[in-house]
Design a protein around this ligand. Structure first.
Ligand SMILES: [Zn+2]
Length: 73
């Protein structure tokens, strides 16, 4: 029974999307009321830079969570 499962230690990272315009701010998913996702396939979420207010669209909401194996760099 115990052969059926293996475990690998993971580390959890917050994954931030650096603004492609100012290269310093972070793109944050716009969660304000009335903010609509573009109903494309996949849906696109509106993001606003916390520095320069640049608007970008992405199918992933940032910041997001990224897992990496603890035994790799
Ligand atoms: Zn920016």
């Amino acid at each position: 029974m115990s052969d059926q499962f293996t475990y690998r230690e993971l580390r959890v990272f917050q994954m931030n999307w650096t603004c492609p315009k100012c290269q310093t701010g972070s793109m944050l998913a716009d969660s304000s009321p009335g903010s609509m996702a573009l109903l494309s396939d996949p849906p696109q979420f509106r993001h606003i830079c916390d520095r320069c207010k640049n608007v970008e669209w992405n199918s992933v909401k940032y910041p997001t969570v990224s897992y990496r194996a603890a035994d790799t760099n």
